[in-house]
Ligand binder design. Structure first.
Ligand SMILES: [Zn+2]
Length: 125
């Protein structure tokens, strides 16, 4: 599976849902490919008081539920199709799951992926 196919899966996972008050979910979706080529997806949850989590965290929870820890590539998209580079918290989360994830490719646009090693050159330990 290449980046373009993973992008299409992420786009199909977007499902904007209005929640009570100013709550919102599913406007951002993530698809990740594991070392053994399994694919997992997740959506964001945004609630008042900074409750909720990034789409990457939801996809990672699905991956962990299925016994995988090594991510080959990951892509996150907004409902308009724009690619969103993983935030600093998600980069650190990916890094802490497994040492091999330093090689995870993170999409920063529809055509460019950058390794976590380059995005997070001096990880916290
Ligand atoms: Zn994030």
């Amino acid at each position: 599976m290449d980046m373009s196919q993973l992008y299409d899966i992420a786009c199909r996972t977007v499902r904007p849902t209005r929640l009570r008050q100013d709550g919102y979910a599913g406007g951002v979706a993530c698809a990740l490919q594991t070392q053994d080529d399994a694919v997992f997806t997740g959506i964001c949850i945004d609630l008042p008081c900074a409750l909720g989590f990034c789409a990457e965290a939801a996809a990672i929870a699905e991956m962990l539920k299925n016994g995988r820890t090594i991510i080959k590539r990951i892509i996150t998209v907004r409902e308009d199709g724009a690619v969103l580079s993983a935030c600093g918290r998600c980069r650190e989360l990916i890094r802490q799951l497994h040492d091999d994830n330093i090689h995870t490719l993170i999409a920063v646009s529809r055509t460019e992926e950058i390794s976590l090693e380059r995005l997070l050159p001096n990880p916290w330990n």
